[in-house]
Design a protein around this ligand. Structure first.
Ligand code: NDP
Length: 458
């Protein structure tokens, strides 16, 4: 991957990449995430090769400070004992307490946890807030489980996890399969075990017990604030554009809401089974009812809007990407857009991609978009609004106050504008043009590198 530019090669970088591939052989997603970042840093590495090499900076940057893996036994409604595996990856704490979500999904494994935690280190650096990077989760599948089973699992998970987290140590939040309900059960168990009300230990909490207004909306809204800045810097306006969104979870729903508020027309959304296409524009209230209340499949949309069309996923291009739109927002999961999908999107005239999910585009897809002048809002910058607002939730918890929706939303908007400016400045400085993924990596890395060097060999 060369990000479209012929560059001088760094021997140190090539050596480190080889070592990482060797040491983490089966961790495909982790290696993908590391390569995406490190190759884009090459001009900076060449400039500072001596210093970085003598500090073993890249080796330390790509090795988690700590990985915890644990057994999670729990009893289901039929009395059967189940056993899942839990993880917490504390990747880099040089800027602040580890911070990053928990994912409950059957696909969770060490490679996915490590890639997410690695990305989180850079994302958190871009927010400008004092938070380090971590991530966790379990291969538990929350689908079709009763509330009682979800609670039973969350309590068992926290009974082990509580040893490793704390409001000044490591502060988890939600991610795929972990929303307000799960955070509630996790927080309850933590409070019970600790016999203390340490509200800042988890974010994404309910408003009644220390949560922040606008946290639920933050990732999706933040994505659109970033998108607006990126479009405007390149002579486009979001108003009147058509948008398709993959996913219909937390990020997707609030990306849809803000797109509509900004005057765009969202014509398709999806879940892991397929997508709905509504040429008149998605009715978001119906989606919220299906996904946030009934926890049902997106296909149900047709019951309320019979004129909409449902397309089942089949083949390696998810159905939602076969619908032509100006702006595409992948907000579901990693590697949703491969090279073939990217080629289809470019051929159908897409203007911009906004990564709401983490690593939704393969490295080949990223490169293809940039080569074809498609504007790409990179995940670690564009979806940083969620973690930034989590940090605002932590601030409110520490000073025991509660800000209004408008206050939090305004802070979020400022943070996202600032993140876009950092990406653009770094891309300009290193002559990367519209390569905002490279700009994001460089801007985030500079701060982490200085903090790590200043703190010595740890
Ligand atoms: P949710 O669990 O709320 O929603 C996930 C959505 O993605 C669902 O529509 C789900 O469909 C779909 N999905 C999940 N896995 C797959 C898969 N393997 N293939 C196709 N579709 C899939 O999660 P979030 O909205 O919180 O997270 C979505 C993405 O955003 C993730 O990549 C996450 O890491 C990232 N993110 C989330 C943040 C947050 O604040 N929540 C912050 C920053 C990034 P189905 O119901 O059928 O499984």
């Amino acid at each position: 991957m060369n990000y479209c530019l012929e560059r001088k090669k760094s021997a140190y970088l090539e050596e480190v990449i080889r070592k990482i591939e060797d040491k983490n052989k089966n961790e495909v997603e982790f290696i993908q995430a590391v390569k995406e970042v490190l190759y884009s840093l090459e001009p900076l590495i060449i400039k500072n090769e001596e210093e970085y090499r003598s500090n073993a900076l890249l080796e330390r940057l790509t090795e988690p400070e700590r990985i915890v893996s644990f057994r999670v036994p729990w009893v289901d409604s039929k009395g059967k004992i189940n056993v899942n595996r839990g993880y917490r990856v504390q990747f880099n704490g040089s800027i602040g307490p580890y911070k990053g979500g928990l994912r409950f999904h059957p696909s969770v494994n060490q490679s996915i946890m490590k890639f997410l935690a690695f990305e989180q280190v850079f994302k958190n650096s871009l927010t400008g807030l004092p938070i380090g990077g971590g991530k966790g989760g379990s291969d538990f599948n929350p689908k079709d489980k009763t509330d009682f089973e979800i609670m039973s699992f969350c309590q068992s998970f926290m009974t082990e996890l509580y040893k490793y987290i704390g409001q000044d140590t490591d502060v988890p939040a939600g991610d795929i399969g972990v929303g307000g309900r799960e955070i509630g059960y996790l927080f309850g168990q933590y409070r019970r075990i600790r016999n203390a009300y340490e509200a800042g230990v988890l974010t994404g909490k309910g408003l009644e017990y220390g949560g922040s207004l606008a946290r639920k909306e933050a990732t999706g809204y933040g994505l659109l604030y970033f998108m607006r800045e990126m479009l405007s810097a390149n002579g486009h306006d979001i108003n009147g554009k058509t948008v398709t969104i993959s996913g219909s979870g937390n990020v997707a729903i609030y990306a849809c809401e803000k797109s509509q508020q900004m005057g765009a027309k969202v014509i398709a959304m999806s879940d892991s089974s397929g997508c709905i296409y509504d040429e008149n524009g998605i009715n978001l209230e119906i989606i919220k009812d299906i996904k946030e209340v009934k926890r049902a499949r997106i296909k149900e949309y047709l019951k309320s809007v019979p004129s909409a069309v449902y397309k089942e996923n089949d083949g390696d291009i998810p159905a939602v990407y076969t619908i032509k739109a100006d702006i595409v927002l992948p907000c579901a999961t990693q590697n949703d857009i491969n090279l073939k999908t990217a080629q289809l999107l470019v051929n159908s005239g897409v203007i911009a991609i906004g990564e709401g999910a983490n690593m939704p585009c393969s490295n080949e897809a990223i490169e293809y978009f940039i080569e074809n002048n498609v504007l790409l809002a990179p995940a670690k910058a564009a979806n940083a609004g969620g973690v930034a607002t989590s940090a605002l939730e932590m601030s409110q918890n520490s000073i025991r106050t509660f800000w209004s929706f408008e206050e939090v939303d305004k802070k979020l908007e400022n943070i996202m504008v600032n993140i876009f400016n950092q990406c653009k400045q770094a891309a300009d400085e290193f002559e990367y043009g519209i390569n905002y993924p490279a700009g994001a990596n460089i801007a985030a890395f500079k701060k982490i590198a200085s903090a790590m060097i200043a703190q010595g060999v740890i």
